[in-house]
Design a protein around this ligand. Structure first.
Ligand code: NAP
Length: 252
């Protein structure tokens, strides 16, 4: 065990933004646990990065399964004794459901993964995050989780076209979760941030996004490596209307 080397875990990292983030954190010199719920997909993804000379290992973690989460935390505890970076990335999106048509099952399903999963994973790993000198937690949010971006301006694209209830509501919850953890942990070296990846070409949206997973990963890794004097509780990334490459603080 090398106590100096930073250890990271990314959930939902077998593809998309999570995969690109796992690669970038490993390229920065970290030992990365590539989290995936499915062993075949996770092993394949980790092997791809490992073949490129990166220190990446698959770890089974289904964010809806408490036993899987506890087993992953126990494994990292045994193998490393600490965790420097936790990226709560696992998430699902469609199908869209307008408020008047949404079902309890649709709400439950997405909240289990996007919201409850992040909280249970964070709490399972918090003892290990506290063992690191200055841990960073990054929750993957979205601009659609911003109440002001979605509701303030009736002329805006976000207001007019995004009518789905469930996904934006889960990401609004992720924003509040980020803020409340930042508040609880403000007297520790741990910083908690919400990343806004922008509209990214992944399976999540049928690869229609105009940004790449690598650009999104750059935002996530910036927040995962914040210096000691950076603020905690940031909501930061790529916003609609921002020129590519220009990252801004969002309005919660
Ligand atoms: P993606 O390519 O579909 O990847 C989603 C990942 O989450 C997959 O690895 C998936 O695993 C995993 N996952 C789903 N349910 C899980 C569970 N129960 N336990 C563990 N992992 C699970 O989508 P993406 O675009 O990279 O999305 C990553 C994150 O970015 C999500 O939180 C999403 O809300 C957020 N985001 C995306 C965009 C965008 O434009 N793409 C914009 C803003 C925010 P399987 O392969 O096993 O399904």
């Amino acid at each position: 065990m090398n106590a100096e080397r930073e250890i990271a875990l990314v959930t939902g990292a077998n593809k998309g933004i999570g995969f690109a983030t796992a690669r970038k954190l490993a390229e920065l010199g970290m030992t990365v646990y590539l989290g995936a719920r499915d062993e075949t997909r996770g092993t394949h993804a980790a092997e791809q990065l490992h073949a490129g000379g990166l220190d990446v290992t698959y770890i089974q973690i289904d964010v809806t399964d408490d036993k899987s989460i506890a087993a992953a935390a126990e494994r990292v505890k045994t193998e490393r004794g600490k965790l420097d970076v936790l990226v709560n990335n696992a998430g699902i999106g469609s199908p869209d459901a307008i408020p008047s048509e949404v079902t309890r099952a649709q709400l439950r399903n997405m909240f289990e993964i996007n919201v409850f999963g992040s909280v249970v994973v964070t709490n399972a790993f918090l003892p290990l995050l506290r063992q690191a000198p200055a841990a960073r937690i990054v929750n993957i949010s979205s601009e659609v989780g911003s109440l002001s971006a979605m509701l303030d301006d009736p002329e805006s694209m976000m207001y007019q076209y995004l009518r789905d209830l469930v996904y934006p509501t889960t990401k609004a919850a992720v924003n509040m979760i980020t803020g409340q953890y930042a508040k609880e942990l403000r007297d520790t070296p741990i910083k908690v941030s919400a990343a806004i990846p922008g509209y990214v070409a992944t399976d999540f949206n049928g690869r229609t996004g105009h940004r790449t997973p690598e650009q999104a990963a750059e935002i996530v890794t910036t927040l995962a490596t914040l210096p000691a004097d950076a603020p905690t509780g940031q909501y930061w990334g790529s916003l609609t209307g921002a020129e590519d490459g220009v990252h801004q603080h969002g309005r919660w």
